[in-house]
Design a protein around this ligand. Structure first.
Ligand code: C2O
Ligand code: CU
Length: 529
């Protein structure tokens, strides 16, 4: 085994840090080279020998200084047509392209209907939608509707493969609260690379029946903020690094909607920011550089019951936060991330735990149009009563496994009966960062180590950060769709972890029904194997 040199893509001023080996309590100071060797081991053994004592790269990434000189790109709203049966039909094409992020240098990227990221899809509760997804790449991919309640065949997980040149047309009825959802590829073992190259977009759901007065003019006072960290090589190309660092790439360049050093003009007294962490590994602690108070109004699966005034909200990969912030005429303030508190993570610097990350400058105009006052009540978010739960499942996350098993696309791990309310009790025993995302449902955090969730975790969630060695009890209802042959996924949304096997599969069956004994990947009727 030879050491993998991870230095070329690293900023020169990276510094060494103590590595705390969390589970053993031992302490050691590693040199960079030594850390690289450990990373190489992570890659070479493919995980069987991995123990929680294998440390992460312990050096913090130096976040690039930026000047906010480029207007924020706003992903266009996707066009759609209404088919004769009333279905709202969108078209997405995953394609290669070249994007100039800076310095006039072309970077090869992937995007939907363009060279980087994808358009924002928008639909209303009660509408039937269809998306015609064409794969114009040279390799297979899939497109998953993250946060959406829909049949497993339409979910776009690793089994709904779209071969190069093929088209896949999932269709479903939108029936869930208004929310900021998103879409991205989910090919088995390749999700990190596909998302990192640029395949991601927002999918906004509206509910005309529950429509509190919030800023809602897309791109004007309702702004999409897709946050990603990247690393460029000397040729201006995106790199995921040469080593296999834990927990995946922590990039030194931050972009929003594909814009580096972005500013957004604000022309209204209040602005709503729909923040999506579409990074592959980095967790942010979102707020403003002047620590101003903002209102958190929504999380992954919908609006909160009422605005929660705060100065920071932690967002791990895949999570969303909708916030409303007030500005004064003529001022500027910067959305940033400040040292995410990662819980009992060893060597938190390696996970961005010490990073201060400038994200997006807001520039308020000299005169601001009035905005509605924030309503006290936003939505009904009834707590799912614990007494309703009939099944409790335990999940222990360790290294790249859930309950000692890695993802096997042919194995069904859990069988759920439709209509059931269940409690999923999830604990990460690793001293590094993980989160958990469950397809098909929006869940509620029942408690964490027996304590009621904080306000930012009291609404609908589909992804939640797991502080190490804490017991997260999540409660959820499995409704409407059954299919013994076609699984949904649950997994860590740190994409390298997911790709390396930190994922499981569940099916939802009718009462008395059994799961198929194994799962066959198909291409939704197109291609596949
Ligand atoms: Cu956003 Cu299974 O993923
Ligand atoms: Cu993980």
């Amino acid at each position: 085994m030879h050491p993998i040199d991870t230095t070329p893509h690293l900023p020169a001023n990276r510094r060494g840090h103590d590595l705390r080996l969390g589970l053993t309590g031992r302490r050691a100071t590693m040199t960079r080279r030594r850390a690289s060797v450990v990373m190489a081991v992570l890659a070479v053994v493919g995980g069987t020998v991995l123990t929680a004592c294998d440390g992460p790269d312990t050096t913090a990434v130096a976040i690039e200084d930026v000047e906010f000189t480029t207007p924020l790109a706003i992903p266009p709203l996707a066009e759609s047509r209404i088919a004769s049966d009333g279905t709202r039909v969108f078209e997405l094409t995953a394609q290669e392209g070249t994007t100039v992020f800076r310095d006039g240098v072309g970077t090869s990227t992937w995007g939907f209907n363009g060279s980087y990221l994808g358009p924002t899809l928008r639909a209303e509760r009660g509408e039937r939608v269809a998306v015609e997804v064409t794969n114009a790449l040279d390799e297979r991919t899939t497109v998953h509707w993250h946060g959406m309640h829909l049949p497993p065949e339409m979910d776009g997980g690793p089994h709904q493969v779209i071969e190069p040149g093929e088209m896949w047309r999932p269709t479903w009825l939108v029936d869930q609260p208004a929310a900021t959802l998103w879409y991205h590829p989910h090919p088995h073992g390749e999700t990190e690379r596909h998302v990192y190259r640029g395949l991601a977009g927002l999918f906004l759901l509206e509910d005309p029946a529950v429509s509190p007065e919030l800023p809602r003019e897309y791109g004007v006072d309702d702004i999409p903020v897709v946050v990603q960290d990247k690393e460029f090589d000397d040729d201006g190309q995106l790199t995921l690094g040469t080593g296999r660092q834990e927990p995946g790439l922590m990039g030194s360049t931050i972009m929003v909607n594909g814009t580096i050093g972005a500013y957004q003009k604000v022309t209204t007294e209040r602005v709503r920011l729909r923040v999506l962490n579409a990074s592959t590994a980095r967790t942010y602690n979102i707020g403003f550089d002047d620590d101003r108070v903002f209102a958190l109004v929504g999380t992954d699966g919908g609006l909160l019951a009422g605005p929660h005034e705060t100065t920071r909200v932690r967002l791990s990969p895949g999570e969303r936060a909708e916030l409303v912030v007030a500005v004064e005429p003529g001022e500027t303030t910067t959305l940033n991330s400040d040292s995410p508190a990662l819980g009992r993570v060893a060597a938190p610097a390696a996970y961005g735990g010490e990073d201060v990350v400038p994200i997006l400058e807001l520039r308020a105009a000299q005169s601001l149009a009035p905005s509605p006052e924030l309503p006290e009540k936003l939505a009904d978010v009834p707590r799912i009563p614990e007494s309703e739960a009939t099944v409790t499942r335990d999940f222990q996350v360790a290294v790249r496994m859930i309950n000692g098993r890695r993802m096997d696309p042919e194995r069904i791990d859990e069988v759920v009966t439709v209509g059931a309310t269940e409690i999923w009790e999830v604990e990460s025993i690793d001293p590094f960062t993980h989160n958990v995302h469950i397809h098909d449902v929006q869940f509620q955090v029942l408690d964490i180590d027996g304590e009621a969730p904080p306000p930012e975790l009291a609404g609908w969630k589909d992804t939640v950060y797991l502080e190490p060695r804490r017991d997260y009890r999540l409660i959820m209802r499995f409704e409407d769709y059954t299919d013994p042959d076609s699984p949904y996924m649950y997994h860590c949304h740190l994409l390298r972890h997911e790709d390396e096997g930190l994922m499981g599969q569940f099916v939802v069956v009718g009462a008395g029904q059994e799961a198929a004994s194994s799962v066959v990947t198909d291409g939704g009727g197109h291609g596949g194997h």
